[in-house]
Every structure is written in structure tokens, then in C-alpha cells.
Ligand binder design. Sequence first.
Ligand code: GLY
Ligand code: GLY
Length: 312
Amino acid sequence: MEPIILVHGGAGNIRDWRVLPKIEGVKTAAKVAYEILEKGGNALDAVEQAVRILEDDESMNAGRGSVLNEDGEVAMDACIMDGQTLDAGSVAVVKDIAHPITLARLVMEKTPHTFLAGHGANRFAKENGMKILSPGSLVTKDALYALEYFKKHGGIQGDCGDIENPGEVGTVGAVAIDCRGHVAAATSTGGLNGKMEGRVGDTPQIGGGTYADDETGAASATGHGESIMKFCVTHSIITAIRNNLDPQEATDSVLNRMTEKLKQTAGAISISKTGDIGIGMTTKRMPWAYRKGNTLFYGIEQGKQHSEVLVE
Ligand code: GLY
Ligand code: GLY
């Protein structure tokens, strides 16, 4: 089976000055994580690696660069899911750690549970040797400005469609299939700009923002979390693929139905067990990139795709 990794850097009305850094970010994540698959590594390791790279990227709403809650803090959600076993790990409202996606994987592999939140999740991170950063370490100048803007102007939070909102920086996610045909998905986010303390989005909700099942495929969503979770967007996409839609049709039809019914926007990526992919958005933009063999495909505008051949 030819391996593929597909990543996204958040759907929204992304403003022009953010376009280039976001494209560079998703290209790098797809390129680097593909090396794991190329060497025969597994899909789970590849999606975790891709998301770790994006969590370090300040132009994304995950890890450092996350948007802030109403108290001016970074509070992050993440989920990873292994399509081979349906094992999953989620964390919510975690603070002061650089890589929530790795914490989610630890929850999956080292606890009898699937989902840890808040203080308990942070304590578990510390007990497992993850570095606890000093408070405020993940807060960027852009995030502070975005919160100030939100508090002054209100409006739609996060990256769900307010063109003026500087808080729209984008959840990150990845789906992959490895050479043995196993799929995995991972998603990580700082959530919505100005959210209430304790708010949890779609990202860590299995079947909301993240889903993977070898029998069908894997998906990761981004956008207005309150809508994505009510519509079970990733599980709906996987169900549509199971009902014989190709991943592109499945992704488009679920997102369009969600936007029609709930009047909010989102984006998603998906991959089927046959290695076909879907990339969809009801927002103006969503940066994405995937690598297949030595070609890197990428884009950010609806319906537009670019490619480059990588020379070793
Ligand atoms: N900040 C919401 C999202 O990217 O999904
Ligand atoms: N889609 C990310 C969030 O709403 O938190």
C-alpha cells in the first residue's frame, strides 16, 4: 500500500498576511511526517509527528500560538485515534505543555481511560515526565492582540468566519495511511478566541473533531466547534465513506449539510482505506498539504491545488 499523510492548519476567513506562513507550516509538517511512513513507520506515529510540528508553529491555533480564553490563558484540546484498534486518547483544557497531542497519546497508551481533562490531565502530564512550562510561555503577541480585539468588538469567536477577527489562526490536524493499510487521525487546538474558562470544543470529542477506523478511513475537522460536535462531523464523514461516497464527496456533503443546518462554517480532511482523500471547507480558506511518493500537493483556497516534486 502506498502511504499518504494529509494535514490541515485550520479553516477560516484567514487573512492574507497569514496565508504564506500557514502554507509553509502545513507543507513542512506533511514533508517531515511522511519520512516516518516512507521508512515503513506507522500512521499513528506520522500523525502525531505532523501535529507536533504544527503545535510548535506560531501561525497555527495549537500549542504555542494558541488563542486565549477569557482569562488570557492558553487552554488546549487534542485527540489521537488509531484506526487499527479504535484506541483513542483525548485531553481537554490542558495548560502549559508544548505538545497536547503527545499527552493525548499517553492517555491512550498508559491509562485505562480515553479522555482526561483539566487539572487531572496536567497532573498526568507531569507524572509522565512532560515538561510543564511556566505560565504564559505559550502566549504570543498575536494571541494577546486577538483577545483584546475580541473583548472590544465581540463578534464571532476563533476562526469561524469573522474576517476582521485576528484570533482566527486555525486548529491543526492530520490523517494518514501507512504501508500496511492502517489509518490514524490526530487533531490539536487552542479552541476559540475569548472562550469561557472550561469550554471544550469538538477537537477532542471522538467522532466530532477526530475519527479513525481501518475498516473505512480517518478524518480530522476544524472550524466552529459547537457546530462540529453537534453534527459529529468526522464520524459522519466516515459513515458517508462507508456508504460508498468517495472521501471528497463525503467531506463536502457533511460540511455543506452542517453549514446549511447550523449556519456556521468548518473544514475537514479525510482519507479512505483505499488511500483516496477528501479536502473540504465551507470557509473561505483552509491550508492543507499532503505527500504521496515524492510529490507534495498543497493549497489554501477553495478548489485550488498546487504541487511540487521533491528532489532528494
Ligand atoms: N479555532 C477553531 C478552529 O480552528 O477549529
Ligand atoms: N474547532 C476547534 C474548536 O472549536 O475548539
